[in-house]
Design a protein around this ligand. Structure first.
Ligand SMILES: C[S@@+](CC[C@H](N)C(=O)[O-])C[C@H]1O[C@@H](n2cnc3c(N)ncnc32)[C@H](O)[C@@H]1O
Length: 219
């Protein structure tokens, strides 16, 4: 409920989103996005971004030469993304779509994309939505294609959990007061990824275990 309220407020003030997400994630969201682009996105790739928000990751993929389709359900987030895409002269490389993940079945053909990327989105989806999105991702990826998911997670050891909470709770409060931005953590995603057919080829954690990157391959 709280995260739903946070997201509604965030959607009404997306101009503060980039600053807010940097603060609340200690810069980890943007760092993981850089890692995704550096390691997994290639010039010839056709990339789909699920929940692109203000378009930062889509822009980085396109700057590397990839063709990108990026969708989000929030028209206000997309308005910021559109402005940023124009400012970077990437209109021809990035197609932005206003749609919900639930529309993936009718929006995309089988075996279309080399990469599907999504940061800080799966934690906002219910278990049923995650299952649906992962099954659609499997269908629309080309053979050997990769899905790359990065999100905030709960630290595994109790001392890291305590350190993380003691930093994050006050920071989350300040961030929320300044930017009306917040996030919640992703529960187990490897199980649903495996159930959808993906082979997990990488799991990486950073910053006291609180941010994670999962890479699944369509076999
Ligand atoms: C926390 S933001 C993350 C944005 C961006 N990926 C990033 O890392 O900065 C979550 C985004 O997911 C979008 N979103 C959440 N659920 C969605 C759904 N079911 N379909 C499409 N977009 C969704 C929201 O509108 C929001 O822009």
């Amino acid at each position: 409920m709280a995260s739903y309220v946070f997201m509604k407020i965030l959607e009404s003030a997306p101009q503060r989103y980039d600053m807010g997400i940097n603060l609340i994630s200690f810069g980890q969201d943007r760092r993981m996005q850089q890692e995704i682009v550096e390691e997994y996105v290639h010039e010839s790739n056709k990339v789909l971004e699920i929940g692109c928000g203000t378009g930062t990751l889509a822009i980085s993929c396109a700057k590397k030469g990839a063709s990108v389709v990026a969708f989000d359900k929030s028209s206000q987030m997309l308005a910021i993304a559109e402005r940023k895409v124009r400012e970077h002269n990437l209109i021809e490389k990035i197609q932005l779509e206003e749609m919900g993940a639930i529309e993936m079945e009718k929006a995309f053909n089988d075996n279309t994309f080399d990469r599907i990327v999504s940061t800080l989105v799966f934690s906002e989806l219910y278990a049923d939505e995650q299952k649906y999105v992962l099954s659609q991702a499997y269908r629309i990826l080309r053979p050997n294609g990769l899905i790359i998911i990065a999100d905030e997670v709960k630290p595994r050891s109790s001392w890291k959990h305590i350190v993380h909470s003691s930093i994050r709770i006050p920071l989350a409060l300040i961030t929320y007061l300044l930017t009306q931005t917040s996030t919640k953590t992703l529960e187990d995603i490897k199980g649903p990824m495996t159930n959808a057919g993906f082979k997990i080829i990488c799991e990486r954690r950073s910053f006291i275990d609180s941010f994670a990157l999962f890479v699944g391959q369509k076999e």
